[in-house]
Each structure stands twice: as C-alpha cells, then as structure tokens.
Ligand binder design. Structure first.
Ligand code: NAP
Length: 240
C-alpha cells in the first residue's frame, strides 16, 4: 500500500518525548523513513527506535557542533524537517541572566535556524520544513519573556525561509501548539492552571501530542503543497 509519505525521509528534532515522539510515530505510520534526535532520554529514544525502525541520534541543541552528526543519517537526501525540540523557562524579566538568554535562544532559535540551513542543500525539491513555535507568542504570560521571544524569532525565520526556498517548491510553515499535555507543559503549570486553560479552550480539554502531530503530518504531506509561510495554531480553539 502506498501511504502519504512513502519514499520520504524525515528528520524530527526532540523525538524522544512529547510532541516530537508523537510526530515520529505519526510520520512512520504515514510511510516515512524517520531520523530523530534526543538529548537525555536515551532509554525512551532507544525504545522508540526499536518500536518504529526510526534512527535515533543524540544531540544537545545548546551545542551547534552536534549539527553534522544530526544530518549524517540524511546526507543522501531529505524531504521533511520538523524543528520541534525546545525548552521552556518560567522566570520574570527581573531575574533573567545573560546565561539564560544564551541558553534559551540557542536551543529554541539558533539551532533550528542552522538546522534549516543544513537541511536546505540536502532537501529535495518539494520538501517540507515545519518549525514548532507556541501559542505564547500571541498570548505571552508572566515569566515567559525569553521563551516567547525565542519562538517569535523562529516564526520570522519561517516566513523568510518560505520566500527563500519557495522557488524550489519547498514549503516552510510554523505550527504553534496550544497547551498540550507533555512533561514540558506540566513543568511550568499547576494542575489548577491547566484546568483553567482547558475550560477556556473551545474544545474543552488540553491537547494531546497526537493532536499536534496530526497537524504536523498534514503540513509534511502532499495535500499542503499550497500552504507556505503560515502559522497554524493547533490549540483546540484556545485562540479563536
Ligand atoms: P517535552 O515533552 O519537554 O519534549 C522536549 C523534547 O525536546 C524531548 O525529546 C527532549 O529530548 C528534546 N530536547 C529538549 N532540550 C533539548 C536540547 N537541548 N537538545 C536537543 N533536544 C532537546 O516538550 P513538548 O511539550 O513535547 O514540546 C515540543 C515543542 O513544542 C517545543 O518546541 C515546545 O516549545 C513546543 N510547545 C509545546 C507546548 C506544550 O503545551 N507542550 C505548547 C506550545 C509549544 P530529551 O527528552 O531526550 O532530553
């Protein structure tokens, strides 16, 4: 049977947990050959690789020197890049340090930009690049200055890359998840806060990683060929 992504090669950053893990599962189910990165969750990455046949590569996005190793398994050609890995920081501006700035901006913005740069020459015409931002660029909360800034910068990179790579039929889009039930979400929110978020959401619940992975898979697939430079909010109607 020919699936939507049969014959395609995808690279997903941060595939060991959360939204990235769900994305690996979904892209494999859709027929893609998948390479994914992880930083610390080696056991989870090994289990996912064994379950799916995907290839796991260890990488810390704080260190750009890891880029060549990340792209080594796709040096023969790439069709889909999902810049998913990211970290959150909940800290008021009065307490942010220069080291915090460098860490969040490097992991959430600098590495994805240079991953996109490394992907471009390997990517076949008609490829797909999907950068994961956040609803927090539109609804920033106290303590979220660096996180929101890092994601907002990535959104701008997305728009420019859409123009630069468009002549090759490569689309570049942002997916901005709303509150999605992962370790990251629970690390920066109280259970009561998450109940309030769910109650304010049109669909009356938190998102699941699979909800977001389905949107990413759509943008990775053939039916999204006429969408580029856009930011798709995948948040169940938190924003309407
Ligand atoms: P998560 O559950 O914390 O998973 C993060 C993933 O990124 C893990 O696979 C982790 O690898 C990897 N990672 C973290 N730091 C890394 C680093 N320095 N280098 C390489 N990989 C690293 O997060 P998530 O909730 O799935 O979030 C995924 C993306 O969605 C992020 O960009 C996040 O900002 C965005 N997002 C999430 C939500 C939400 O509600 N969950 C909402 C909006 C946007 P290890 O586990 O191996 O360390």
């Amino acid at each position: 049977m020919t699936l939507a992504l049969t014959g395609k090669t995808a690279l997903v950053t941060g595939g060991s947990r959360g939204i990235g893990r769900a994305t690996v599962l979904r892209l494999v189910a859709d027929g893609a050959r998948v390479v994914f990165t992880y930083r610390s969750a080696g056991d989870a990455a090994d289990a996912l690789a064994a379950e799916t046949g995907a290839v796991a590569v260890r990488c810390d996005q704080a260190d750009l020197d890891t880029l060549p190793a990340v792209f080594e398994p796709v040096r023969d050609g790439l069709d889909i890049l999902v810049n998913n890995a990211g970290v959150a920081l909940a800290k008021p501006i009065t307490e942010i340090t220069p080291a915090d700035f460098d860490r969040i901006m490097t992991i959430n913005t600098k590495f994805p930009l240079f991953a996109l740069q490394a992907a471009a020459p390997l990517m076949r015409d008609g490829g797909r690049i999907i950068n994961i931002s956040s609803i927090n660029t539109v609804v920033p909360g106290p303590g979220g200055a660096l996180y929101s800034a890092s994601k907002a910068a990535l959104e701008q990179v997305t728009k420019v890359a859409a123009r630069e790579l468009g002549p090759r039929g490569i689309t570049v889009n942002t997916v901005s998840p709303g509150a999605t039930d992962t370790e990251m979400l629970r690390s920066v929110n109280t259970p009561e806060g998450l109940e309030r978020v769910a109650a304010f959401t049109a669909l009356q619940r938190l998102g699941t990683p699979a909800d977001v992975a389905a949107v990413i898979a759509f943008l990775a697939g053939p039916d999204s060929a006429w969408i580029t430079g856009q930011n798709i909010h995948a948040g169940g109607g938190f924003l309407v």
